[in-house]
Design a protein around this ligand. Structure first.
Ligand code: C5P
Length: 257
C-alpha cells in the first residue's frame, strides 16, 4: 500500500491515486463506525464483503444504464474507480420507516411509507451530517436544481431496481444512502453514482423474519455483523454457501477478470 499516494482516508475506505489519470483505487477497510464515529470497531472480513457486494451492485446498475464510478475490482479489498468530485450530499431513499426518520417523525420502525421518499443530508461530520432541504442545496450552491433533479431521478430508479434485486433473494430493501460525483468531461461534467452500495449503507431485512442483515447489527449491538453481510453476499450468489472447511467461501462466481 505504501507505494501509492493516499488521497483520502474515510471511516470505512481509503482512496489512493490510480494507475491512470482520472482514476483512483478504492480500498475497503474492516473498520466500522456509527453515530458519527463515536462507536468504532474492526470487523474481520467486512471490507472484503463490501468490496464484492458493492462491485456486484454497481455492475448490475450499470447494466440498467446508471452511470457509476466503478471500473473494475482489482483484488479482495480494492477496486479501480473513476475520479470524481463528490457532491457534498448524502442522498437517502426510504421505503419503510426506520432509523433517524422513524425517530424524527415518531413513526414506528417497520411501517411502510406511503411512497418512496428521498432525503438529503449535508456531508459534514463536524455537524453530524444534518438533513437539508432542496432550498438549502440550491441557495448554498451544493448542487444546482438540475443536478438535484438528476440525482433524485437516478435514486428512484436505483431504488426500483434494487428493491427487485433484493426481493428476488428474500430481502426487503428498507432504505439506503448513496453519493454522487461530478465526472469531468471535455465539456462540462456528468453526475454519476459514486462511493459504495453495501450492507454498510443499506437497511436490508429478511423478508420472512425481518432479521436485520446490515450495519444496524453493529449500531445496535445485535452481533454477528459479518455473518449477516456474508448471508447477503451468499444470497446474491457472490460467494458459495460453504468452502471446503465448511466456512463461507469467497469464490469467484461472477464478474471476475
Ligand atoms: O440513520 P438513517 O436512518 O438516517 O439512515 C438511513 C440509511 O442511510 C441507512 O440505510 C443507513 O445505513 C444509511 N446511512 C449511511 N451513512 C450515513 C447515514 C446513513 O450509509 N452517514
Amino acid at each position: 500500500m505504501s507505494r501509492r499516494k493516499q488521497i483520502y482516508e474515510g471511516k470505512a475506505k481509503i482512496l489512493y491515486e490510480g494507475p491512470e489519470p482520472g482514476t483512483l483505487i478504492q480500498y475497503f477497510k474492516d473498520d466500522a463506525t456509527a453515530f458519527n464515529a463515536q462507536k468504532k470497531a474492526t470487523l474481520d472480513g467486512k471490507g472484503v464483503l463490501n468490496n464484492r457486494i458493492s462491485e456486484y451492485v454497481m455492475l448490475r446498475l450499470a447494466e440498467i444504464g446508471i452511470p457509476t464510478h466503478f471500473l473494475k475490482r482489482i483484488n479482495m479489498r480494492e477496486q479501480l474507480i473513476k475520479k470524481v468530485d463528490i457532491v457534498p450530499l448524502e442522498v437517502i431513499c426510504r421505503n419503510v420507516a426506520a432509523g433517524t426518520m422513524a425517530k424524527r417523525l415518531g413513526i414506528e420502525e417497520g411501517e411502510a411509507l406511503p411512497r418512496s421518499i428521498v432525503e438529503f443530508c449535508l456531508k459534514r461530520d463536524d455537524l453530524g451530517d444534518p438533513l437539508v432541504a432542496e432550498e438549502h442545496i440550491h441557495a448554498f450552491g451544493w448542487a444546482t436544481p438540475e443536478e438535484v433533479d438528476e440525482m433524485v431521478a437516478m435514486t428512484l430508479r436505483i431504488n426500483d431496481y434494487l428493491r427487485g434485486l433484493f426481493s428476488g433473494i428474500g430481502i426487503n430493501l428498507i432504505d439506503f444512502k448513496i453519493e454522487f460525483g461530478r465526472l469531468a468531461l471535455a465539456e462540462g461534467h456528468q453526475i454519476i453514482l459514486a462511493d459504495e452500495i453495501s450492507p454498510d449503507s443499506c437497511r436490508l431485512w429478511d423478508r420472512e423474519t425481518n432479521k436485520k442483515l446490515d450495519k444496524d447489527r453493529f449500531r445496535r449491538d445485535l452481533g454477528n455483523v459479518t455473518e449477516a453481510y456474508t448471508e447477503v453476499a451468499t444470497r446474491l450468489g457472490i460467494i458459495k454457501p460453504s468452502g471446503p472447511n465448511g466456512k463461507p467461501h469467497l469464490s469467484v462466481v461472477s464478474n471476475e477478470e
